[in-house]
Design a protein around this ligand. Structure first.
Ligand code: SAH
Length: 355
């Protein structure tokens, strides 16, 4: 039997050539109808403006890879929802739905597991199982929109996985969500977060997609960074920050730096001063400091890492030092404190460990 077509993965022009070719040989406008139904999470049988025969032949030959909601944890404090989602092959991933004043935001996963090996992160504990397809990443949004009955306007690629280690599907996903007639999420409302795979940061800049780049920096010197993030061995801070500078000069888009505060590892006043210094040195164009923002995130404790979060005082002190040195920094507000499950923990704790 031929493998079924992963129809949700098709970009508008691909869907058009798919549907206008045999065996379907449909008029072009059908592609637009199908694209819009698919992005609204509608199955073939409910695509009421398509001929019945087309609906049934699509159902026979195509698969819609929207994940199913396996478990849902709802915060009673702020309405944040953590989803454990099941993919077609049984693998499990997570997504988090957050309500902000600027719109509903979904934090999506890009891989089943991760191979980057960051010491503090639950998602990477048992390595990478596989990449997600663009349809599965998009499917996370569709599943959350259907489940909540609301529209999602912002996306952060900060769930399980390293988006730039799944580069082609990540770019396809970005093209899908911003294509006319689909789910309609503007790329200015999308953040792509990376641990710092420098060549792929440069490739992403070349695509011209106007996303916000978010860099998981977490340390201001190579010794500290390499001890918690193995990727730093391949792409040290100087190379990473040079790529960030070039990103801004190419795209004109502000960079945001994530800095997870780990007690006794990277949270001293000296670390804060070193961070301000290194950012000002590299994020600089002829004496002008480039626009950037630092998000400070108190570590979510992950069992077995031996690492713990910084005290409130250290966080405040760190933030104050950055601000006094001219670096804008905010301490990330913790949403859903009553359903605390740091990124990747739901999946790890569920039976079967992701399979
Ligand atoms: N791989 C990408 C995106 C996924 S992680 C990246 O590295 O950016 C999303 C963010 O959560 C990253 O900044 C990551 O470093 C951070 N993170 C991972 N584990 C964490 C933990 N236990 N506590 C706080 N932040 C964590």
């Amino acid at each position: 039997m031929n493998e079924k077509t992963d129809i949700l993965r098709l970009l508008p022009d691909e869907l058009t050539s798919f549907i206008t070719s045999p065996p379907y040989s449909q008029p072009k406008f059908r592609a637009g109808q199908i694209f819009s139904w698919l992005h609204r999470g509608v199955g073939f049988e409910e695509m009421t403006d398509l001929p019945l025969s087309l609906r049934s032949s699509l159902a026979d030959s195509c698969v819609i890879k929207t994940p199913a909601v396996e478990r849902r944890l709802v915060s009673e404090i702020d309405g944040t929802i953590k989803y454990l989602l099941r993919l077609c092959d049984g693998n499990l991933i997570e997504a988090v739905y957050m309500k902000y004043e600027h719109g509903n935001t979904l934090c999506v996963s890009s891989q089943v597991g991760c191979r980057m090996g960051c010491r503090f992160c639950a998602s990477t504990k048992s390595g990478r199982v596989r990449d997600l397809s663009a349809s599965e990443i998009l499917g996370e949004i569709i599943a959350a929109e259907r489940d909540t009955g609301t529209r999602i306007s912002n996306v952060v690629m900060m769930g399980i996985g390293e988006p730039l280690d799944n580069f082609d599907e990540t770019v396809r996903f970005l093209r899908l969500i911003s294509a006319p007639g689909g789910i309609g999420i503007g790329l200015r409302h999308v953040s792509v977060s990376t641990c710092g795979i420098v060549p792929r940061i440069r490739d992403l800049a070349k695509t011209g997609l106007p996303v916000t780049l978010s860099i998981s920096l977490h340390a201001a010197d190579d010794k500290t960074r390499s001890a918690i993030m193995p990727v730093n061995g391949s792409y040290p801070i100087s190379e990473l920050l040079t790529a960030c500078r070039d990103w801004f000069l190419t795209t004109g888009r502000r960079i945001s730096f994530e800095y997870t505060l780990i007690s006794g590892k990277n949270d001293s006043p000296e670390d804060a001063r070193r961070l301000a210094d290194v950012l000002r040195r590299f994020m600089n164009d002829g004496g002008r400091t480039l626009p950037m923002h630092v998000n400070l995130i108190p570590l979510n404790d992950v069992e077995g890492t031996g690492l713990s979060r910084s005290s409130r005082d250290s966080v405040r002190r760190f933030s104050d030092i950055l601000t006094s040195l001219g670096i804008t920094a905010t301490v990330r507000r913790r949403l859903g404190p009553d359903i605390n499950a740091a990124c990747g923990q739901l999946r790890i704790n569920s039976a079967g460990n992701g399979r």
